[in-house]
Design a protein around this ligand. Structure first.
Ligand code: NAP
Length: 277
């Protein structure tokens, strides 16, 4: 039985993962910005704590409580994340900063501060939730793709650097998994994409990209069950790809020549024959 700490459990993958680890018999500490969203997980036996991963003081406080109650962390899942979408030429810098604070800086901060508790475990593991979007860049998702690519690289470095301490680091690169990620991304675009935008004629494609990963997405409960099983193997893989398109998109990145891939992506997102005013 492992002590598992998960960030971003209000909805989607985090919520499903907490339930799946609990069903597996692990002790789960499910965290979220709004702990009211964790009521059903508490009923299922999870410990629940409030945590905004971008708030360093809150991270320290949360880890103190976990240390006091459980004494160690076997598995830390850096799951909390958001997707900043839209044309790179126009996305407000503040949104890009928030993207990197949440998806890149926060998982590192949580990992750094959790290390003393991880090192108290027999076979500790850090699980970073990357994305296939960190491998294949699509139009209108630049900050999100860049943040996940950065997380993959930092996760690679952590894997090498934490190995001497006995801490395993696993990067998960999901494809499409049912969650609120797309709706939240679209709602964020609502805040700044106006009719004056040079890309206004492509609004449909921009919003289409924000919600693209939800089309035919793998149910979060199935994804979580498979991931929990994969993480509990005696020797988990360093990189785990699961979810709709999680094999196809890396294949396109690796094997399709750039001009051909660009044409495919431009066509898919309305950029191929579009002539701006
Ligand atoms: P989701 O339903 O939108 O869940 C995102 C979670 O992250 C929510 O619990 C959200 O909490 C939380 N979060 C965001 N900012 C936070 C912060 N500052 N502090 C604490 N929690 C925060 O989307 P999801 O798909 O389950 O996303 C989970 C992870 O999977 C993300 O890292 C995402 O990039 C990754 N991923 C998802 C897919 C997919 O197809 N769904 C594919 C590849 C990768 P609030 O409710 O408070 O906003």
């Amino acid at each position: 039985m492992s002590i598992v700490v998960i960030t971003g459990c209000s909805t989607g993958i985090g919520h499903a993962l907490a339930a799946a680890f609990a069903a597996h018999g692990d002790t789960v500490v499910a965290t979220a910005r709004n702990p009211d969203t964790l009521a059903d997980l508490a009923e299922a036996g999870c410990d629940t704590l409030a945590l905004d991963v971008t708030d360093e003081v809150a991270v320290e406080q949360c880890l103190r409580e976990i240390g006091a109650h459980h004494g160690r962390i076997d598995i830390l899942v850096n799951n909390a994340g958001l997707a900043t979408m839209g044309p790179v030429a126009e996305i407000p810098a503040e949104q890009v900063r928030r993207q990197f604070e949440t998806n890149v800086v926060a998982p590192l901060t949580v990992t750094q501060k959790a290390l003393p508790l991880l090192r108290r475990a027999g076979h500790p593991m850090v699980v970073n939730m990357g994305s296939v979007s960190g491998i294949l860049t699509t139009p209108f998702a630049g900050p999100y793709c860049a943040s996940k690519a950065a997380l993959h690289k930092l996760s690679d470095a952590l894997r090498l650097e934490l190995a001497p301490f006995g801490v395993r680091v696993v990067t998960v690169q999901p494809g499409g998994v049912s969650s609120k990620l797309g709706d939240n991304a679209a709602a964020q675009i609502d805040g700044w994409l106006t009719e004056d935008s040079a890309y206004a004629p492509l609004r449909k494609a921009i919003y289409g990209r924000a919600r693209a990963q939800q089309k035919g997405a793998m149910p979060a409960a199935d994804f979580a069950r498979e991931l929990v099983a994969a993480l509990h193997r005696p020797r988990p893989r360093n990189v785990i790809r699961l979810g709709t398109g999680s094999r196809l998109l890396p294949f396109l990145q690796r094997w399709v020549p750039i001009p051909r891939r660009d044409r495919m992506l431009k066509r898919r997102f309305g950029l191929l024959d579009w002539k701006p005013d």
